[in-house]
Design a protein around this ligand. Structure first.
Ligand SMILES: [Fe+2]
Length: 215
């Protein structure tokens, strides 16, 4: 059993792809054994993503949106057209999608299990995507920061629940891969964020809502 798990972790291809003028990150998740892959948050220049996919000789079967905002999804249609991949979004997203997921759902990419954690707050449809020990946290959690809640559909109360009751309760060793390159490093871990991210300092919901109102 242990050997099986070990072998599976070796078959994962993972790329963090910087894109566009808003410091976005897209992600490529691939299963080396089957050649199946998923792209998280394709936007801006899709050809950059396609070149990396080609280099790894992968076939995109899912396009996954961490949330509906344009800077994470503007490449959906183009990539779906060229690959035939199905677009996956949270059920609360109003964007065109082929598969609507909710908290706890899992999709299979080859041997890889892609798990969805609904983390609303930045937007109602925000979700984080967990594959192996890698968490793609969209605009919910950044390295050293969190997403804003003052855009339409945003909620500091919901973001509190998503950050403190969902993401901060994941195992310490889970690696955090955010939707934007806003931190000192492009990625970190849950342990690092709990220790160093000022947003995750212990606060009550009321204190957190007040904190989010401050400039
Ligand atoms: Fe966003």
């Amino acid at each position: 059993m242990f050997c099986g798990l070990h072998a599976r972790s070796y078959s994962m291809i993972f790329e963090q792809i910087p894109l566009g003028s808003m410091q976005n990150f897209a992600y490529l998740i691939g299963d080396e054994k089957t050649g199946q892959a998923a792209v998280v948050d394709p936007a801006w220049d899709v050809s950059i993503i396609e070149d990396i996919v080609k280099r790894h000789n992968l076939r995109i079967i899912f396009i996954i949106d961490t949330h509906h905002h344009h800077d994470h999804t503007s490449g959906n249609d183009e990539l779906a057209k060229t690959t035939g991949a199905k677009v996956v979004g949270h059920a609360a997203s109003k964007l065109r999608k082929d598969i609507a997921v909710k908290d706890g759902d899992v999709l299979q990419v080859g041997f890889l299990e892609v798990r969805f954690i609904h983390t609303p707050g930045h937007s109602p449809d925000s979700m984080s995507v967990l594959v192996g020990n890698k968490l793609m946290s969209g605009d919910t959690l950044f390295v050293g920061e969190c997403g804003r809640t003052d855009l339409p559909g945003g909620s500091s109360e919901q973001l509190y629940d998503s950050l403190f009751n969902k993401l901060a309760k994941l195992p310490d060793e889970i690696e955090v891969y955010p939707g934007h390159d806003y931190g000192a490093e492009p990625h970190s871990t849950i342990a690092y964020e709990k220790a160093h991210n000022y947003v995750l300092k212990p606060r009550t919901v009321r204190e957190f809502i007040q904190f989010m109102k401050e400039p």
